[in-house]
Design a protein around this ligand. Structure first.
Ligand code: FMN
Length: 181
């Protein structure tokens, strides 16, 4: 059974990106198990406090290490990803054993990315996130889902348009195919 770990870059419990990730999780086949990463308790990265890793960091690293793929839902904050997500990625980029980067939980992972945001549908955020993840040796799916929220900003529930449903389906299919490789 392949494991997918969903990571929302927005710490809001029911924000649009969390809702989009939930919709993605509902589209995964029974051959996949999935869970959502809770990381709101991560401290800000401080090199004075890296070794031994704080308990929250160790827990998050174990969850990431145990996943066959990550699916990151990134909000767009000032044309970039959120500070919370960058802090998480920074922790995951660091070695568990000092100096041995092969022990870093977040390097070289298979990652799917998506965003729900303003007019760009999160295109700026996703471009920067992709660059960051590629720099860390991750394989980032070419398929990505971008949802321009527009008038939906005033609503609470995220309803997808047919073409957005199709985009999400394509991304899920691409991820499933890569997991089967
Ligand atoms: C600090 C901050 C900066 C933002 N900057 C942008 C932006 O550059 N582009 C954009 O489309 N939306 C921007 N937004 C709006 C977010 O895309 C919007 O709040 C979105 O719903 C956040 O995702 P969430 O619903 O998953 O929490 C910004 C929001 C915040 C809080």
């Amino acid at each position: 059974m392949k494991k997918v770990l969903f990571i929302c870059g927005s710490l809001r419990r029911d924000g649009f990106n969390m809702q989009l990730l939930r919709l993605a999780s509902e589209r995964l086949p029974a051959s996949c198990s999935w869970s959502f990463l809770s990381y709101g308790d991560l401290p800000l990265l401080d090199q004075d406090k890296e070794f031994p890793a704080p308990a929250a960091v160790a827990r998050v690293r174990a969850e990431v290490a145990g996943a066959d793929a990550l699916w990151i839902g990134s909000p767009e904050y000032n044309h970039s990803y959120s500070a919370a997500l960058k802090n998480l990625v920074d922790w995951l980029s660091r070695p568990v054993e000092p100096g041995d980067y092969s022990t870093a939980a977040g390097r070289g992972k298979l990652v799917a990315i998506s965003s729900a945001a303003g007019a760009s549908g999160g295109a700026f955020s996703l471009a920067k996130l992709r660059e960051l993840l590629v720099m860390l040796g991750c394989t980032v799916l070419e398929e990505e889902t971008r949802i321009p929220l527009g008038k939906r900003f005033g609503q609470t529930a995220l309803a997808l348009l047919p073409e957005e449903e199709a985009m999400l389906e394509r991304e899920c299919s691409a991820l499933i195919a890569r997991l089967a490789d």
